[in-house]
Design a protein around this ligand. Structure first.
Ligand SMILES: [Zn+2]
Length: 82
């Protein structure tokens, strides 16, 4: 390896918002994630919308698409507004 051109290599602790954490080799000491392989729907196989600010619901309402999720959300919103 050539001298003085390589960044320092750390045992990096990766932490996900779901609470999952693991160690990888990286040039950074710590990484925090919003989503990882333990909680991403692609890997869990569960249909779960990753919705950060009600954007999916907003889209569905805009185009009149209804499903269990939107119905539940609407019920909840009604309850909350009372
Ligand atoms: Zn995760």
């Amino acid at each position: 390896m050539k001298k003085d051109i390589h960044p320092k290599y750390y045992q990096c602790k990766v932490t996900c918002a779901c609470g999952n954490s693991w160690i990888v080799g990286s040039t950074r000491k710590e990484i925090s994630l919003d989503i990882c392989s333990a909680c991403h729907p692609f890997f869990t196989g569960k249909q779960k919308l990753v919705d950060t600010a009600g954007r999916v619901e907003k889209f569905r309402r805009k185009y009149g698409i209804k499903d269990k999720t939107t119905e539940a959300m609407e019920k909840k919103n009604k309850k909350d507004s009372k």
